[in-house]
Ligand binder design. Structure first.
Ligand code: GDP
Ligand code: IMO
Ligand code: MG
Length: 426
């Protein structure tokens, strides 16, 4: 198999973990390269459901190496919870490795995220409150602790002297949050050092070299429309979920990537605030939410639902570098009489029509979706395993989507289970 990146092509929760799990079987090394425990990834296999936040979903196959790369942010307490749950489910974590260069989310990052959300007024993003924004901000400001610092007295001591005086002023004066003493952070770090010890991979350079002629799978979190550079900024996350993120966050360069699989639902969902042109606030939106069980894995929040939007998907194919699409949750439409696809946006102020994604999100409130309506198939797809066995109307829907977005749909997912997948050759 080619070295492949799996990314979300929408606003997250597209079913990336199901596709990663599927492709992991033929991979040797699986690398999670960005994001943190804001992600919630579900894999269903043999009737058992596994939920991942930071740990690559490839861990379900024994004998694979699952590497958490330098581009990620790690909240130790959430990591501890995640490994405890997985161990309880009998998952073997022997292949789990963590980059010494990954960044650490400290308790004050979580407090800052919560404070900002509660005080932002109109600027509320609807974050997962997992400290993601503040940790990545500190990384960019060169004031974050890295996993390797936990094992170096010099680094920890000198960095805390550099970081804490200003951080404490900000915490106290801007946020009204109690300052942190150096002793308090050092004693937390001692605990964290123990927690991560079995997993930290100081020989990661040798490991990546060793695996460079094997099959590598890069696992993305979130989705293109949540990308810090290309998403619906400022209503985005703080990392790069686009395919290119794999080259900065994993330790391998862009030439190691041969394929980018963009995962997209047959409709669209979004959690949190921000524009969403095809959002349905009516009974149809409710119906999609109920049939698709659209509630967040990490926060339990109901996901906003809407029709498939080819304008954002065509954009995601471009900026995400998508070479092949995995279309998921098409079975959610099994009972629908008709299904809509957004083919363009119309600006209700001047009737201007957009088929290219307008990146100024502050005009999105004036945009109305232009729909094409497709007939439903009115039968269950869940047991179909071959593309040629799909109903004609399902095939028509798939080829309409392909025409609009300019990328082939190579995988069609007809249910949450690993088995409920149709792979097309080519
Ligand atoms: P991720 O964050 O992209 O990995 O996606 P999530 O796990 O947050 O959400 C996707 C949800 O849809 C999970 O509950 C999956 O088990 C489920 N799922 C994935 N693919 C399909 C599918 O083709 N059909 C149905 N009905 N559910 C699916
Ligand atoms: P997976 O990997 C869906 C959203 C949040 C919020 C915005 C910023 O499961 O697809 P953050 O906590 O990252 O600062 O929040 O991004 N968000 C997600 N939405 N799926 C995710 O991950 C998400 N991770 C973050 O809801 O709107
Ligand atoms: Mg998710």
């Amino acid at each position: 198999m080619k070295n492949t990146v799996v990314i979300g092509a929408q606003w997250g929760d597209e079913g990336k973990a199901k596709i990663t799990d599927l492709l992991a079987e033929q991979s040797d090394l699986i690398i999670r390269y960005q994001g943190g425990c804001n992600a919630g990834h579900t894999v269903v296999t043999h009737g058992e459901t596994y939920k991942f936040h930071l740990i690559p979903s490839g861990i379900l196959y024994e004998g694979k190496i699952c590497f958490i790369g330098a581009g990620t942010v790690i909240h130790p307490e959430s990591f501890e919870k995640e490994i405890t749950v997985l161990k309880g489910q009998g998952v073997n974590l022997k292949g789990l490795k963590i980059s010494p260069l990954a960044s650490i989310t400290l308790p004050y990052h979580i407090e800052m995220d919560g404070w900002s959300e509660n005080n932002a007024g109109k600027g509320k993003i609807g974050t997962t409150k997992r400290g993601i924004g503040p940790t990545y901000s500190d990384k960019a400001a060169r004031t974050v602790l890295k996993i390797q610092d936990l094992y170096s007295f010099e680094a920890l001591n000198e960095k805390l002297d550099m970081i804490l005086p200003l951080k404490n002023k900000t915490l106290e004066k801007a946020y009204g949050i109690e300052p942190y003493t150096k002793d308090c952070i050092i004693s937390l770090c001692e605990k964290y050092a123990e927690l991560f010890k079995p997993y930290v991979c100081f020989e990661w350079q040798d490991m990546l070299r060793r695996y460079s002629d094997k099959t590598i799978l890069f696992e993305g979190a979130q989705g293109v429309m949540l990308d810090i550079d290309y998403g619906t900024y400022p209503f985005v996350t703080s990392s790069n979920p686009i395919g290119g993120g794999a080259a900065t966050g994993s330790g391998y360069g862009p030439c190691m990537i041969h394929e980018v699989v963009g995962v997209s639902k047959a409709y669209v969902t979004r959690v949190g605030e921000g524009p969403f042109v095809t959002e349905l606030t009516d009974d149809t939106g409710k119906k999609i939410q109920e049939i698709g069980h659209e509630y967040g894995v990490t926060t339990g929040r109901p996901r906003r639902c809407g029709w498939f939007d080819s304008v954002i998907m065509k954009y995601a194919v471009l900026v995400g570098g998508i070479t092949k699409v995995a279309l998921t949750k098409i079975d959610v439409f099994d009972t629908f009489d008709e299904i809509k696809i957004c083919v363009a946006y119309k600006d209700c102020r001047n009737d201007k029509v957009y088929t290219t994604y307008p990146t100024d999100v502050f005009i999105h409130k004036y945009l109305e979706p232009v729909y094409e309506t497709m007939p439903g198939w009115k039968t269950s797809l869940s047991d179909i395993r071959k593309y040629e066995d799909l109903p004609e109307n399902t095939k028509k829907f798939i080829s309409k989507v392909e025409d609009l977005i300019g990328a082939p749909i190579g995988i069609v997912s007809v249910g949450p289970d690993r088995e409920q997948t149709i792979t097309r050759e080519g």
